[in-house]
Design a protein around this ligand. Structure first.
Ligand code: 4NP
Length: 159
């Protein structure tokens, strides 16, 4: 059965498109693309329609990862249609939970912090790299490669 995942951050131009790209890359490597629907969204709407930040794309491309998404804002409907919503930081988690409260019993998605799947790092939030330097974008990818790999192992243990 197809599993649907939505990665969520604030602007949907750095962390969540990176998470989407890292996860899609893993699906490619493991030949599992047809078993998943993968998307990303922001809790804010300032960058709607924009591609991922150039610095995030450059860091991902260096690792052989493409970031194909265009920014969009999360909607109530996402909490009815996606199986799993993965948030990058505590503010995103609070915003998504609040949206789920609004949607009431129709919000069937499981909401989980992305780094609850991390094993190699003790951090609980993916830091926002937007106002920092190149190292911040690399660190985002280090965190996401670890968490996405464990997430996929968790969903598809035999892959
Ligand atoms: P993201 O990073 O949430 O990882 O996409 C941000 C990008 C832009 C802004 C904030 C966070 N902004 O305020 O424009």
């Amino acid at each position: 059965m197809t599993k649907s995942l939505l990665f969520v951050c604030l602007g949907n131009i750095c962390r969540s498109p990176a998470a989407e790209g890292v996860f899609l890359h893993l699906l490619d490597q493991r030949g599992l693309n047809d078993q998943f629907i993968v998307d990303s969204a922001g809790t804010g709407g300032w960058h709607v329609g924009n591609p991922a930040d150039r610095r995030m794309q450059a860091a991902a491309n260096k690792r052989g990862i493409q970031l194909p998404s265009r920014a969009r804002q999360i909607s109530l409907d996402d909490l009815r249609t996606f199986d799993l919503v993965l948030t990058m930081d505590d503010a995103n988690l609070a915003a998504v939970r609040s949206l789920a409260d609004e949607a009431g019993s129709q919000a069937t998605a499981t909401i989980q912090p992305m780094l609850s799947f991390s094993t190699a790092f003790s951090e609980t939030e993916v830091p926002d790299p937007y106002y920092g330097g190149e190292a911040g974008f690399e660190h985002v990818l280090d965190l996401l490669e670890d968490a996405c790999s464990n997430l996929l192992d968790d969903i598809c243990p035999s892959s």
